[in-house]
Ligand binder design. Structure first.
Ligand code: BES
Ligand code: MN
Ligand code: ZN
Length: 497
């Protein structure tokens, strides 16, 4: 999709599709000329009452304009749109544009006062990029792609262009970041292996100028990553620890480190999962995919920050040499772990990746993981589970979630829960029983993150959809890009505690 920003006098729009904003029950001011040029067709359409008052309602019709018929979509933003209305309307507008046969569209931006046009443009650009994504790589006869190839944001004035450009850049970067995350999530586990993820990281590094390092099994052994390797050993696919570095902040400023769970297939291992729905465990690398999508967006936006990505990736498979219930393994941090359930493997690979993260002297570490089914029970598919050992960090992330609508909800890390992780035979067990399963998983990770400011995002419920619209969502890329943009605005990093 090609985007542009060019002021266009509404009555002189040349695109064969127009997106016309409506706020409440009237055309926004600035569109009277266009209305006149269509011989009043627009106001007549509105007066017809078929466009509902709810944000996201659309009404598409063909109207005469300058001797031709133009496809016009009236898009309702709501009388006094809130942030959520903007997102709803942007998604609906994007779908309406993509549904037509038109190849180019002018988005008219005669916006009432108080509505930030760069926010509207960001939301629309992001929505167009996300809505046009299809995962049809394996279909012999895929549905035809949308005809639309060019969207122009017809800002009202030349002076609006700079602000509009910033919004467009943000929307595009987040949209493409989400699509990268979705693509990797959607790819089946026989294609998207740990080796494939490592190659993707190298490709991304080349494209965006990131330093990328891939550590193989012998190096993981040397590092003492006994916990990570215990999970990996039942699979014929070799494990990888992928490290990406984007350094565009102040020299010497401590980085934010993103740590991703990259289980390319989670069968459960010897504690085998039931067969039904097991295909969805190809998505168990969405934390890793989120790290890649977020880093791509940060680099594309040239955010002035230092950012490191650490991805632990392997398969969790049953085998004659697989990790077994009762096995006691040694983590890189030195803590011994009794494996009571091989299906609680995410925390076993993450604990070593989190220990490794300390070598970057991080300002903040955030891990992203499809960690627990219990998080879905707690929060459903609406909110990501957020845990943090620092109040300011938790607030920053919640604010970013609120701002983007990429919702998150904080859950506790109280020491009371550590009781449940006691083992008779090792320093800790890898499961804490059924009560508060998402919390005890986070509390397990907390044992390995005492030396830095840390947050954990449990995205088991939000990273993908089941059912008819089965597929990866690209969450929480918007949340993380917003968080990092906030850091970029803040400028220099804070002191590590
Ligand atoms: N990858 C799963 C978590 C998961 C389950 C994500 C369902 C999305 C949907 C994780 O590795 C896992 O299996 N967790 C277990 C932990 C349990 C054994 C303590 C779970 O949630 O059942
Ligand atoms: Mn599992
Ligand atoms: Zn898993």
């Amino acid at each position: 999709m090609e985007f542009s920003i060019n002021p266009v006098s509404p009555d002189k729009a040349t695109a064969n599709s127009l997106l016309v904003p409506v706020f409440g029950d009237k055309l926004s001011s600035g569109l009277e000329k266009l209305d006149q040029a269509t011989a009043g067709a627009l106001s007549a359409l509105l007066a017809g009452g078929e466009l509902a008052a709810k944000a996201g309602s659309v009404l598409t019709s063909h109207v005469p304009l300058a001797g031709r018929l133009v496809r016009v979509t009236l898009l309702q933003w709501g009388e006094q749109p809130q942030a959520a209305d903007l997102r709803t309307a942007a998604a609906a507008g994007a779908r309406a544009l993509l549904a037509g046969k038109s190849t180019d569209a002018d988005v008219l931006l005669a916006l009432p006062k108080g509505i930030d046009s760069s926010e509207v443009i960001a939301a629309l650009a992001q929505a167009v990029v996300v809505e046009q994504y299809r995962f049809d790589d394996f279909k012999s006869n895929p549905d035809p792609r949308p005809a639309l190839t060019h969207v122009n944001f017809a800002v009202a004035r030349k002076s609006d262009v700079a602000l509009a450009e910033a919004g467009l850049a943000r929307g595009e970067a987040v949209g493409h970041g989400m699509n990268l995350t979705r693509q990797l999530g959607n790819l089946p586990a026989n294609v998207c292996t740990p080796t494939y993820l490592a190659e993707e990281a190298l490709r991304l590094g080349k494209q965006q100028g990131l330093k990328v390092q891939v550590l193989d099994q012998p190096e993981l052994e040397k590092l003492g990553m006994g916990s990570f390797l215990a999970v990996a050993k039942g699979s014929v696919e070799p494990p990888k620890l992928i490290v990406l570095e984007y350094r565009n902040g102040k020299k010497g400023a401590k980085p934010v480190v993103l740590v991703g769970k990259g289980i390319t297939f989670d069968s459960g291992g010897i504690s085998l999962k039931p067969g039904e729905g097991m295909d969805e465990m190809k998505y168990d690398m969405c934390g890793a995919a989120t790290v890649l999508g977020t880093m791509q967006a940060a680099a594309q936006l040239a955010l002035p920050i230092n950012l490191v990505g650490v991805i632990a990736t392997c398969e969790n498979m049953p085998a004659g040499n697989a990790n077994k219930p009762g096995d006691i393994i040694k983590s890189m941090a030195g803590l011994s772990i009794e494996v009571l359930n091989t299906d609680a493997e995410g925390r076993l690979i993450l604990c070593d990746a989190l220990t490794y993260a300390a070598r970057f002297e991080p300002e903040t570490v955030i891990d992203i993981a499809t960690l627990t089914g219990a998080c879905i029970i707690a929060l459903g598919h609406v909110a990501t589970g957020l845990y943090a050992n620092d109040e300011t960090l938790a607030d920053e992330l919640l604010q970013a979630a609120d701002h983007t609508g990429d919702k998150a909800w904080r859950l506790p890390l109280w020491d009371d829960y550590q009781e449940q992780l006691k083992s008779n035979f090792a320093d800790l067990a890898n499961i804490g029983g059924r009560p508060a399963g998402s919390v005890t998983a986070a509390c397990f990770l907390a044992r390995f993150t005492k030396d830095y400011r840390w947050a954990h995002l449990d995205i088991a419920g939000t990273a993908w959809k089941s059912g008819a619209a089965k597929g990866a969502t690209g969450r929480p890329v918007p949340l993380l890009v917003e968080f990092l943009s906030g850091r970029a605005r803040q400028g220099s990093a804070k002191k590590t505690k």
